[in-house]
Design a protein around this ligand. Structure first.
Ligand SMILES: [Zn+2]
Ligand SMILES: [Zn+2]
Length: 433
């Protein structure tokens, strides 16, 4: 057990939710944020010297896949949680496309039980919209809300049937919870394995046209306008999808959106290597799409940066590009990569970037997290923004290694992760007496 009090000294404290960005001390006591001040002394506290470090609310990723139940060889709630805290994340929301799907009360309770057993970070389950994620009959969303489901999604696929999506939006309105849609019209994308266009034609691979994403998003926005239900667009990746969200927000619709880390850095050109660690869904797009996503994050159209952490075994990812599963892991590499994408070129400063990784995602799911205001849960991440290191998948806490950034040099790292006042991850230079 950690001390009941932790004093973080001389840090750059950034708390976008309360517009704090200052050098000072942060005191945590009894699992909560006690106060921020200058030269705090507390004789019985564990002291962390944080000179040169950024201290911010614990990072939040609202889109991860932890594979439990069903594919525990790829990831478990415990190993996924370990990967999360190693990357600086104190809270994650896990998608329900497990086997079986998280589509009832018992499944939601199971996730909470396993997360509490792991005892590392907060894991919030997202329930399925339809039973078995089959896209037909609505799941018992009301019961799942009572068990603690924070939102609903059939992620892995979108809810294709317009009638089903309409009924789902009407139904969840009474719970004030969002539906998180994986926007992909299955007729338009059928059989595709990379971005549709010239590059796919050149590589002889079937493409997923951007229109598959845009069609479903556009339809959903019409349904949202009709129902007034909360709607979150997952992993948007095209110029037009970003623009659709921007317009929906301007029109006052209850719409939020996320972008994946990899869609801010990689383009479809990577597929020319036929390396299946570049096979993701939505696929890596063009340079124009990357720029649109970056601008969307910068101007606030995008509320949350996510990893879509999708572990897969080595044998599966060693299949040919055509047959390998979609998805890559991301929890342990997200922070330096978003810094590279957004801070290095001057698109965002640290406070705004941290906003998209803390209170932004917290608001999407109405989580009572993402701030360092007094009384808040003591979920805190210490970041060394200048630490240079090389990504090494062999060192990951995740059970899977499907990471396209393996071997790349990066700058910035979460050096200490504190959840509920207890240190759950520590790296490098931090010293405790
Ligand atoms: Zn998805
Ligand atoms: Zn996903």
């Amino acid at each position: 057990m950690a001390n009941r009090k932790t004093l973080i000294k001389s840090a750059r404290i950034i708390d976008p939710a309360s517009e704090v960005d200052r050098v000072g001390d942060l005191l945590l006591a009894d699992g909560k944020v006690a106060r921020i001040g200058d030269h705090i002394t507390e004789y019985d506290a564990q002291v962390i010297e944080a000179d040169g470090l950024i201290v911010c609310p614990g990072l939040i990723d609202i889109h991860v896949h932890f594979r439990e139940p069903g594919d525990e060889n790829e990831e478990t709630i415990a190993t996924g949680s370990a990967a999360a805290v190693a990357g600086g994340f104190t809270s994650v929301a896990c998608m329900p496309n497990t086997s079986p799907a998280l589509d009832d009360e018992a499944a939601i309770e199971f996730v909470y039980r396993q997360a509490s057993r792991a005892g590392l970070c907060n894991v919030y389950p997202i329930g399925a919209v339809t039973k078995g994620r089959e896209g037909k009959e609505l799941a018992e969303m009301g019961q799942m809300v009572r068990a603690g489901a924070v939102g609903f999604s059939d992620d892995g696929s979108g809810v294709a049937s317009t009638g089903t999506m309409l009924r789902a939006l009407q139904y969840i309105r009474m719970f004030n919870r969002p539906i998180l849609q994986h926007c992909e019209d299955p007729d338009a994308s059928a059989g595709g394995v990379m971005n549709g266009g010239e590059m796919a034609a050149r590589l002889g691979l079937p493409g997923i046209d951007p229109i598959a994403e845009e069609l479903m998003l556009q339809r959903d926005l019409t349904l949202v306008r009709e129902t007034g239900a909360r709607y979150h667009a997952c992993h948007i990746s095209t110029v037009r999808a970003v623009e659709l969200v921007r317009q929906a927000k301007a029109a006052g619709l209850p719409v939020t959106a996320e972008v994946c880390v990899h869609h801010l850095l990689l383009t479809e050109d990577e597929c020319a290597t036929y390396d299946t660690n570049f096979k993701v869904n939505p696929p890596l797009r063009t340079r124009d799409d990357v720029v649109a996503c970056l601008n969307g994050v910068a101007d606030g159209t995008i509320d949350a940066l996510v990893t879509d952490h999708a572990p897969h075994g080595i044998q599966e990812k060693e299949l040919e590009f055509l047959y390998a599963p979609f998805g890559i892991i991301g929890l342990e590499t997200a922070l330096p990569l978003v810094a590279k994408a957004l801070i290095a070129p001057g698109l965002l400063a640290w406070p705004a970037l941290i906003e998209r990784l803390t209170v932004g995602p917290a608001r999407v799911l109405s989580l009572n997290k993402g701030t360092l205001s007094p009384g808040a849960d003591a979920d805190v991440t210490l970041i060394d923004p200048n630490l240079q290191w090389t990504i090494d998948a062999g060192q990951f806490k995740s059970k899977s290694k499907n990471c396209p950034f393996d071997g790349r040099p990066v700058t910035g790292r979460a050096v200490t992760t504190i959840v509920g006042g207890e240190v759950k991850h520590q790296f490098g230079r931090v010293t405790a007496p």
